[in-house]
Design a protein around this ligand. Sequence first.
Ligand SMILES: *Cc1c(COP(=O)(O)O)cnc(C)c1O
Length: 814
Amino acid sequence: MMTHDQAADATSLRDAIVRKLTYEMGKSRSGARERDWFLATALAVRNRVIDRWLEATRAAYEQGEKQVYYLSLEFLVGRLLRDNVSNLGLLEPLREALQTLGVDFDAMRQEEPDAALGNGGLGRLAACFMESLASLGIPAFGYGIRYEHGLFRQILHEGWQHEYPEDWLTFGNPWEFARPEIAHDIGFGGSVEAVRVSETEMRHVWHPAETVQAVAYDTPVVGWRGRHINTLRLWSARALDPLKLEAFNYGDHVGALADRVRQEAISKVLYPSDESPAGQELRLRQEYFFTSAALQDLVRRHLRVYGDLRSLPDKVAIQLNDTHPAIAVAELMRICVDLHGIPWDEAWEVTRGAISYTNHTLLPEALESWSVPLMERLLPRHMQIIYLINAHHLDSVRARWPGDVRLLSSVSLIEEGHGRRVRMGHLAFVGSHKVNGVSALHSELLKKTVFRDFHLLAPDRIVNKTNGVTFRRWLQQSNPGLTGLLVEAVGPGVLDDAGLLEGLAKQADDAGFRDRFASVKRSNKEALAALIRQQLDLRVDPDAMFDVQIKRIHEYKRQLLNILETVALYDAIRSQPHLDWAPRVKIFAGKAAASYHRAKLIIKLAHDVARVVNGDPTVRDRLKVAFLPNYNVSLAETIVPAADLSEQISTAGMEASGTGNMKLALNGALTMGTLDGANVEILEHVGEPNIFIFGLTTEEVEARRRDGTHGLAAVQASPRLAEVLEAIEAGVFSPDDRGRYRELMASIRGHDYFMVASDFDSYFQAQRQADLRWRDRAAWLRSAALNTARVGWFSSDRTIAEYAAEIWNVPVRR
Ligand SMILES: *Cc1c(COP(=O)(O)O)cnc(C)c1O
């Protein structure tokens, strides 16, 4: 039943939607299609946001509150309609309003494009953080790039991935406000002039060869219960001189537009790689473009209110999401020293006081660096500033450890050797007052590996902030069935405070509760089964265990280990078909970077195995394999609530945190995981009996890598694995191209960097433990409910509250 207020809301929403449809879109009700209804609805909902948004923004300035600026090259936002409507408390009234117009909310909302301005975990983290910042009432801006084309659309043709551009803006974006008047000039190239301003003082003036404008597009970010609303400000590139009229008039139409095309390319596409740096000049342009725009924007705002940059660290906290915006260190120094005449040492205090940096990876190949000649050409003044920062930095190291040449070269901002390069992680480290890792294990490894020497120099600099996910999106909105049950079980306070989930633990022993928990899961699985049938023309049994691995395809994430185990299970079922096998559906989804051939081959292998297994009548419903195309936030929102088993099987020491692991555990999936990233903390929270842990530890992986023969030895010690490799190698799953996987299988017997062979038996055994637990329905359900009950700590509200207290020094209001 709707309350009186809700009924009034429904009526006014309905009127507003019809007005938008008619007078802003020029469509009649009878001619309106579902997309039109979506746009009209989004515009009507947006109207409900604006007053509060402007008010919240104004109040933050007036009260002199410290502002958080989250700089991220990626924001993997997904759809916003349900998020905004739900946080505004308008879900029921809106459903009702649309129903009276003959529109089904759930069908209509699928018309919203999925905003995929990110590759994976890092971008999704930024989106979860923006939501939590607003929900905790922390005044904040997110700064990034308004890519015209986000992450590519993945089409799978006979198991091979093809990439197509994603056109999320084609029909307009109802959530954003273009701000053509908010624009900053971003320079590239040119020269630096040293000008004497007094007897003792020089000023450096940068004369860029080229200037591009960064134009703001603002999207309101609505916090839970609409309490607070922040801004996601994304920058779009605009050429200053859009057309060389002279050239055009002479008939060179293409040439007249060439500069413009080149300049505006900066915000055209997201670099579609994950965990490996793009390396190209356009990427560096993107990084400087949005970082400079963000800093100019926040400096202008600060100066307007406070008039002096020296107070910046009291009023501003700048968080760098990975090293992509690390050039901020040099840019803020340039703004302070060159543009505002602040002496170097004071400028350095301001910069370090304001900036902090989040590291996301230990993989050496993923650490960003830029060649010195490229930096000198594109950002000549910044290169000088980086040299100067480095000189001061190395002086202080020399003063404390005289003569330690190894240390000096290890902590230098410049990598000497084949081609000199600027190490962006080092720049970010020295320019920050805090550096954080994203899980307890990862932060400890930072101190022992990539930043070992830096940790010696500054033992208080590295802190840990274990990632989290927003429970509004990943529980309340994506799993309304479970949310309803939780509200019944522990009260409505659970919607505001994830800590209250703990109250659920005692109900895990109640058979009646477990049945209701199971029935919610069952209906989510039916929905996923329907999607699998529609997308893949494959029938799966919703009573089978839904065993899910959804994430970017990467060797370190080890989808290959999962596929090999699938083949081993398939062989085992076929050799003993009379046994009572626990029925499973293996569900995969994920994109491979376009240039990552090995990852694409792994996708193909999953399809080849799926074709054979799904077509084998002896296996029947006991094993099915489904690879769903085009993994994105919206697909995750359907899969996560339906999962029974969550595959988090990265090689120990390689996954910084993971957040998919948190979403899945929250929705009652048991984790099958290695001791990696945040899995370690999930284990601590849910308890050893409620998770399946297998495989080598980080130390064991490291030790084994020193021994080059571990791959072969592990295969020889495992007849089961040897049989699987031989079958795949012989072309059993690829009769059309028997040699397709020869090299892939050989790599496992070879140096096997990712320890697929070494972890195989332990993984297979852990899977059989999962089978046993699955057959004990009460035990499984109890563990599942305990997972939901005990992972409240992984709310991004907790993470953000920790950043606020320990890094940003800002209060939380809730
Ligand atoms: C959560 C999420 C990720 C991150 O998944 P991991 O398993 O942590 O790698 C990537 N992509 C999407 C769409 C997500 O929702």
